[in-house]
Design a protein around this ligand. Structure first.
Ligand code: HEC
Ligand code: HEC
Ligand code: HEC
Ligand code: HEC
Length: 417
């Protein structure tokens, strides 16, 4: 008996402080008019925050509609195919589409606390001046930490072991997921003041972009490792259009060739690596060898040892470590207009190779250019016109060609100054 109790205590000690699930308040609990329910942006001299976060979220942020889309015809058809009785209550969907609210307010969709953490313990104190650290200690997500912020978004925008969009969901009709932190932050739309430039952080948005890229690699490789260990091959980890395309004699794939791969072998989804290689070559050249070696090993293992999940897992773990190392580096790096311009030039110079990775890789290049040019010019609206042809082009993946995309990309990149 005592031995058993001792054993339990040892186990508890080994586990450390046991995380007790904290409760969500629900978006309505943030909406009072002197908290986050204002109707317009407060002046900076009057308030550290805008105060109208609830209205922005409720009216313009798709997250507030995320559980309602589960009632739409597209979701109903997915549910039928997947034999899910009710997508609005099934965790296969609600894990990402209804989060951050107590059960009774689940139709909040993705509510404030899905990103900011359950507020039970910090609700009372977070209104006080300089309370951020205390709030974080009691369960608030430190969204100011770019790695944590990116990791939080990626939980749903890429998936994790508990939040799953795999090829089965895609084949049932789920839109494919792709993510770039800075572009998505502005598209959300933002409900917070922009981080101001400061010594050592000349272009905060470029830092967000770079940390987002590195975190995407790290988390992506962790997810790949988990999948490789569990059920492999998982088609959701591969470039989609290598399988989903027409058979044509004038195929751009024949023209491109297969690089070091055996013709017809499977290609990993390159969206999280090819742009990042350029970023590393420009701004962390000392890590270039390690990054290239780790990325090449994952890609080659997937294409030459498709059946060997354990080998894929090992290669992915190594690449995840490199991604974490880069994220740490970029989270402290200074990104200046000069080096942001250098990255734009390097992307443009390397765009044929990047475009050869396929549509998703081209999407990441596009969002990256969007983010970099907006940061350099300090202006979102100005870049919209320049970027529109690229986004339009990517709307039609069946007619995608690397050469067509690369020409448009070089043009848009040339307009950045
Ligand atoms: C890993 C998280 C995750 C899971 C699990 C998930 N989704 Fe999604 N879903 C997303 C994200 C993120 C988007 C938005 C993608 C984008 O636009 O980049 C989305 C978009 C959608 C859309 C398109 C919404 C629109 O505005 O057009 C539908 C429909 C949808 N999901 C239905 C479902 C259904 C049904 C399930 C369960 C069978 C499900 N999702 C499971 C993350 C998830
Ligand atoms: C999809 C994720 C997401 C959702 C949903 C979300 N937020 Fe945010 N929020 C963020 C991010 C990211 C930031 C930027 C973090 C920063 O600079 O501190 C932020 C910033 C803020 C800030 C400014 C913090 C500061 O110190 O400047 C407030 C206040 C805020 N959110 C409140 C809310 C409220 C209230 C809701 C719901 C009505 C909400 N948020 C929903 C992600 C989210
Ligand atoms: C709990 C899961 C979850 C988290 C965390 C999350 N999102 Fe989302 N996000 C979704 C879902 C689900 C949708 C689709 C909603 C819809 O279409 O109604 C979505 C949609 C979006 C969209 C709209 C995309 C489009 O096609 O128009 C943007 C932008 C976005 N999210 C940005 C972010 C950012 C930035 C973060 C991190 C700060 C984040 N999200 C965190 C689940 C999440
Ligand atoms: C290794 C090959 C392969 C890869 C890679 C692959 N798929 Fe599929 N996909 C298939 C097969 C096989 C089917 C089933 C076709 C059938 O039953 O007729 C399918 C079916 C689908 C369908 C059903 C409707 C349709 O148009 O056929 C969608 C949507 C889909 N996949 C999306 C994706 C997405 C998104 C990705 C990338 C994230 C992807 N697939 C990657 C092989 C693949």
């Amino acid at each position: 008996m005592w031995n058993q109790i001792k054993l339990v205590m040892l186990v508890l000690l080994a586990l450390g402080p046991v995380a007790v699930a904290q409760k969500y308040i629900g978006a309505g609990g943030c909406a009072s008019s002197n908290c986050h329910g204002g109707t317009s942006n407060a002046d900076e001299k009057d308030s550290r925050i805008w105060g109208n976060e609830y209205a922005i979220w409720q009216l313009n942020d798709k997250h507030s509609k995320a559980s309602k889309v589960l009632m739409e015809p597209r979701s109903k058809r997915m549910a039928e195919i997947l034999r899910i009785a009710n997508p609005q209550t099934d965790a296969k969907c609600t894990s990402c589409h209804a989060a951050g609210s107590p059960e009774k307010a689940a139709n909040d969709g993705v509510a404030c606390e899905a990103c900011h953490g359950p507020a039970e313990k910090w609700l009372g104190t977070h209104t006080q001046a300089n309370s951020h650290a205390a709030s974080v200690a009691t369960g608030m997500v430190d969204t100011k930490n770019l790695r944590l912020r990116a990791g939080n978004c990626l939980e749903c925008h890429m998936g994790s072991k508990d939040r799953v969009v795999d090829h089965e969901l895609y084949a049932a009709g789920h839109p494919d997921l792709n993510f770039e932190l800075d572009t998505f932050t502005w598209a959300q739309p933002v409900h917070h003041r922009q981080v101001k430039a400061s010594a050592g952080n000349s272009l905060p948005r470029v830092r967000a972009w770079a940390v987002g890229q590195a975190t995407g690699l790290a988390e992506g490789m962790k997810l790949l490792g988990t999948r490789a260990a569990k059920s492999w091959p998982e088609f959701a980890e591969m470039e989609c259009y290598q399988c989903h395309h027409d058979l044509r004699q004038d195929s751009w794939r024949l023209e491109r060739g297969y690089g070091g791969r055996k013709p017809g072998s499977l290609q990993l989804n390159m969206a999280r690596s090819e742009v990042l290689r350029v970023l590393v070559a420009q701004l962390a050249p000392d890590l270039r060898g390690a990054v290239d070696a780790a990325l090449n090993e994952v890609a080659m293992t997937v294409s030459t040892q498709l059946g060997n999940g354990a080998a894929v897992q090992r290669a992915a773990q190594k690449a995840a470590g490199v991604g974490d190392q880069l994220a740490t580096r970029f989270a402290q790096a200074d990104f200046t207009p000069e080096n942001a311009r250098a990255v734009v030039r390097a992307l443009s110079g390397d765009i044929n190779r990047i475009a050869g990775g396929g549509v998703h890789t081209a999407e990441v290049a596009t969002m990256s250019l969007d983010s970099l040019s907006a940061a350099i010019s300090g202006n979102n609206a100005g870049t919209q016109q320049t970027m529109a042809p690229l986004y339009d082009y990517l709307e039609h993946p069946s007619v995608y060609t690397p050469a067509g995309f690369a020409a448009l990309f070089r043009k848009a990149a040339g307009a950045v100054n």
